[in-house]
Design a protein around this ligand. Structure first.
Ligand SMILES: Nc1ncnc2c1ncn2[C@@H]1O[C@H](COP(=O)(O)OP(=O)(O)OP(=O)(O)O)[C@@H](O)[C@H]1O
Ligand SMILES: [Mg+2]
Length: 682
C-alpha cells in the first residue's frame, strides 16, 4: 500500500498508458477517477502520485489541501504533475494551487516514457526516505515512552542542566520531589533555595567535583518544600559530553528517599537503644555477679565461723565433762587433806598435807581454766572498768614481761564498764601479754589498747562492747594454725612451758560473758588479739555477798541426809558434816534419797546436782513437795550455779570443789533459809 503510485489523468487514454508503462517496470499503480478518489487513496497510503494539471483544476482541492497540511512531520508527499506547455505565465490561482501541494515535480507534455519512469522512481525513493524517518521517529517515541514509564514506575524525576546558562529542564516527577505542581516553574535558584542550609555546602562540593573531574554526581540532601515539610532527596547525574562544541550539560535523575532515611534513622536509634540496653544489662549482670560473690564470701565466712563455733562447743562439752569428773576427785582429795590436817599435829604430816594441797590447788586452777573454756565455770560477772583494770596491772605486766619487751598502752574505753569477771579478765590479759612476750624472743613491742565499738559487725548481738586489743611484733601464727590456737591443750611451746589452756580460757570467759575473741596474725610481722566484752547494763544487779564468815558455823543438833552418786565425794561430805557435829545419813542416788527422808527425818538434804537418772534439782523439788519444811543444799560442779539457783528458787547452792568451811557456811545458810520460809508460811 505504501509503495503504490496513484494516477489521476481523466482525459483520454493517459491514465492507462501511464499505469501500464509503470506497471511494466514492477510498480503498483492505481488509477483514480477524480480528485476525491485520489484523496481517499492518499489517506489509505501511497508512495507517490502522478496527476495532470487539468485534473486539479476540475475539482475543488480543499480536501486534498486538508490532507496535505495534516501530514505528520516526517511526511512530504511527492507529486508528479503533468503540465501542458504554455505560452505565457500560468494563472495566479493555478500557480498557488501547485505551490500549496509542496513536494511537486512538473513534467511538460508530451512526456517520454523514460522521463516519466525516472521521475516516478525518484519520487518513490524520496517517499521511502520519509518512511525511514517515520520509522526512526516511531522508535524514538517508543523508547521515550518506555523511559518515561520506567522513570515514573521508579518515582525517578529526570532533569537536565545547562551548565553555562544555568537553564534547568525538569520532569513532572522532579517538580513533585520539590513539592511543586506540574505547571509550576522550578529553576536552579529555586532548588538552591530549597536545600537545607546544613547540606548546601556538601551538595555544591559534589556538583563542582563532578563538573571538574567528569565523575558521577551523586549526593543526598534535604530540601524544604513550599509547605514547610522536610524531605530527603537522592540526586544522581553525569556530564553530557555527546555534543562537542555545544553547551556543557549535565543530566540525571532524582529520587525521594525520605522513607528510607526515616527507617534508617529509626533503625539507628533502635540499635543505639539496643546497645544501651545491652550495656545496661551487662552492667547489671556484673553488679549482681559481684553481689553474689560477696554473698558467697560472706556465707563462706559465716560457715567457717559456724564450724569453728561447733568445734569449740564439742571440745567444750568434752573438756567440761572431764573437768567435772576431775573436780569431783579434787573435792574428795582436798577434803581428805583437810581432814588429815585437822586430825594430826605431826609437823611432817602437816608438811606433806601442805604439799599435797599445793598440788591440788594447781590442779584446781587448771580445772578452772578448763571449765572456763567449756563455759562450765561460774564467772563472777560484774561491771568492770577495763581501763582502770589494765592500768592496775602495770607493775605485774612490767615484771612478767621483762626488759626486752616494751609495753605500750592506748586506753580509750574510759569509764565504759564491761560485763566481766575481773579476776578472770586479769588472768586473760596476763596470758595474752605472756603469749606476746613468748612470740618475741628478741624483744619487741606489746601494745595493749581498749576502745568501745558496736558488736553487730562482728556477728555479735547489737550493742556496745569494750574491745581489748593485745598486739605484738612477734613471729606470728601460720594461717593453718590460726583456727587451732583456742583449742584446749594446743601449744607450740615445749613441755613445762605452756599447757595450751591460756587462749582457751580467754575464749571461754569472752564467749561466756556474751562477747567473743578475734585473732589476726601475719607471720614475721605480728599478732593482734581482740577480746570483745559487752558493756554492762546501767542497772547493775547487786549480787548477794558470797564471802564466807570468818568462823566456821557448827551443828546445832540438826540431822543431814547426803545424796550423791559419787562415793568419794559423798564420803567426804559425810565426814565433813560429822566433824562439824551433824548427825548424818547417806544415799547413793536420787530415788534412794527420797525413800530415806521418811525414815531418817533429816532437817537438811545435801544433794549432788549432776546424777544419773533424776537430777538433784528434781530430787530437791520432789522432796520439798512431800516435806515442805525440809532444807535443801545443792552441790554442783557446773558453772551455771546461778541458773541452778534460779531453778530451785534458792540461794542454797555450793560449788565444787569446796573447803570444809565453805560447806559449813552453806549448810548453815540452807538451814536458816528453810526456817525463814517456815516463818513466812501461813
Ligand atoms: N601472740 C602470739 N604470737 C604467736 N603465737 C601465739 C601467740 N599467742 C598464742 N600463740 C600460739 O598459740 C598457742 C596457744 O596459746 P595458749 O595461750 O592457748 O597456750 P600456751 O601459751 O602455749 O600455753 P599456756 O598459755 O597455757 O601457758 C601458743 O602455744 C602459740 O603457738
Ligand atoms: Mg599462753
Amino acid at each position: 500500500m505504501d509503495e503504490r503510485i496513484l494516477v489521476l489523468a481523466p482525459r483520454g487514454r493517459d491514465a492507462p498508458v501511464i499505469a501500464e508503462t509503470l506497471a511494466g517496470l514492477g510498480h503498483h499503480t492505481v488509477i483514480c477517477a477524480d480528485l476525491p478518489v485520489l484523496t481517499r487513496a492518499l489517506q489509505e497510503g501511497a508512495g507517490a502520485a502522478i496527476l495532470t494539471e487539468e485534473a486539479l483544476a476540475q475539482d475543488a482541492t480543499e480536501t486534498l489541501n486538508a490532507w496535505l497540511s495534516a501530514q505528520p512531520p516526517w511526511s512530504d508527499f511527492p507529486f508528479i504533475v503533468l503540465v501542458t506547455k504554455q505560452a505565457g505565465k500560468r494563472a495566479r490561482a493555478d500557480a498557488d494551487r501547485l505551490q500549496a501541494m509542496g513536494n511537486i515535480v512538473l513534467l511538460e507534455r508530451p512526456i517520454n516514457a523514460e522521463t516519466l519512469v525516472s521521475a516516478a522512481a525518484s519520487a518513490l525513493r524520496a517517499r521511502r526516505r520519509q518512511y525511514r524517518a517515520r520509522d526512526q521517529l516511531t522508535d524514538q517515541a517508543k523508547a521515550e515512552a518506555q523511559l518515561r514509564f520506567a522513570l515514573d514506575a521508579g518515582h525517578l524525576g529526570a532533569w537536565d542542566l545547562d551548565l553555562d546558562s544555568r537553564g534547568l529542564t525538569t520532569s513532572q516527577q522532579t517538580k513533585a520531589h520539590f513539592g511543586r505542581a506540574a505547571d509550576e516553574p522550578l529553576t536552579l535558584d529555586d532548588i538552591e533555595a530549597a536545600v537545607h542550609p546544613q547540606d548546601a555546602a556538601r551538595r555544591l562540593a559534589a556538583l563542582e567535583t563532578s563538573i571538574a573531574e567528569g565523575g558521577d554526581y551523586d549526593v543526598e540532601y534535604r530540601v524544604t518544600w513550599p509547605d514547610g515539610s522536610l524531605h530527603w532527596l537522592q540526586v544522581r547525574g553525569r556530564l553530557n559530553l555527546h555534543t562537542p562544541g555545544q553547551a556543557r550539560r549535565m543530566s540525571g535523575v532524582i529520587l525521594d528517599v525520605t522513607d528510607a532515611k526515616t527507617a534508617e534513622a529509626a533503625l539507628r536509634a533502635m540499635n543505639e537503644t539496643l546497645e544501651r540496653r545491652v550495656t545496661e544489662s551487662v552492667r547489671e549482670l556484673q553488679h549482681s555477679n559481684a553481689r553474689l560473690l560477696e554473698e558467697i564470701g560472706e556465707r563462706e565466712q559465716a560457715q567457717a565461723a559456724l564450724v569453728q563455733a561447733q568445734k569449740m562447743d564439742a571440745i567444750g562439752q568434752l573438756t567440761g565433762g572431764i573437768a567435772h569428773d576431775f573436780n569431783n576427785l579434787l573435792t574428795a582429795i582436798v577434803g581428805n587433806i583437810d581432814m588429815i590436817e585437822r586430825r594430826s599435829d605431826d609437823p611432817r604430816v602437816q608438811r606433806m598435807a601442805a604439799n599435797a594441797r599445793e598440788g591440788v590447788e594447781r590442779a584446781t586452777k587448771l580445772t578452772a581454766q578448763l571449765l572456763a573454756f567449756s563455759r562450765s565455770q561460774q564467772l563472777d560477772l560484774q561491771p568492770v572498768e577495763v581501763d582502770a583494770l589494765i592500768t592496775g596491772m602495770g607493775d605485774l605486766l612490767a615484771r612478767t614481761l621483762g626488759h626486752t619487751v616494751e609495753i605500750r598502752t592506748d586506753l580509750r574505753a574510759g569509764a565504759a564498764r564491761a560485763n566481766a569477771d575481773p579476776n578472770q579478765l586479769e588472768l586473760a590479759i596476763l596470758n595474752l601479754a605472756i603469749n606476746a612476750r613468748d612470740a618475741m624472743s628478741d624483744g619487741g613491742t606489746v601494745t595493749i589498747a581498749s576502745r568501745t565499738a558496736d558488736g553487730w559487725r562482728e556477728g555479735l548481738k547489737p550493742g556496745y562492747y569494750v574491745v581489748i586489743t593485745v598486739a605484738d611484733t612477734g613471729h606470728g601464727i601460720p594461717a593453718d594454725l590460726l583456727q587451732k590456737v583456742f583449742d584446749p591443750f594446743f601449744t607450740t611451746k615445749s613441755v613445762g612451758k605452756g599447757t595450751g589452756l591460756g587462749l582457751s580460757q580467754v575464749y571461754g570467759i569472752a564467749t561466756q560473758s556474751g562477747g567473743t575473741v578475734r585473732v589476726e596474725s601475719t607471720v614475721n610481722v605480728g599478732t593482734t588479739i581482740q577480746v570483745w566484752l559487752p558493756v554492762s547494763d546501767a542497772a547493775e544487779r547487786l549480787r548477794p555477798s558470797d564471802a564466807p564468815s570468818s568462823e566456821t558455823p557448827l551443828s546445832q543438833g540438826e540431822r543431814v541426809l547426803v545424796v550423791d552418786d559419787d562415793p568419794g565425794v559423798r564420803q567426804f561430805i559425810v565426814q565433813c558434816l560429822r566433824s562439824l557435829g551433824y548427825t548424818v545419813t547417806e544415799a547413793a542416788g536420787g530415788q534412794a534419797g527420797l525413800d530415806r527422808i521418811a525414815t531418817d527425818r533429816p532437817d537438811l538434804m545435801v544433794v549432788d546436782f549432776a546424777m544419773p537418772g533424776v537430777n538433784g534439782a528434781q530430787v530437791a523439788a520432789d522432796a520439798r513437795k512431800a516435806f515442805p519444811t525440809l532444807a535443801v543444799l545443792l552441790v554442783t560442779g557446773y558453772a551455771d550455779a546461778q541458773a541452778i539457783k534460779d531453778l530451785v528458787k534458792s540461794e542454797a547452792v555450793l560449788r565444787k570443789p569446796f573447803k570444809v568451811s565453805d560447806l559449813a557456811v552453806s549448810v548453815r545458810r540452807a538451814l536458816e533459809e528453810a526456817a525463814r520460809v517456815l516463818d513466812y508460811s501461813p
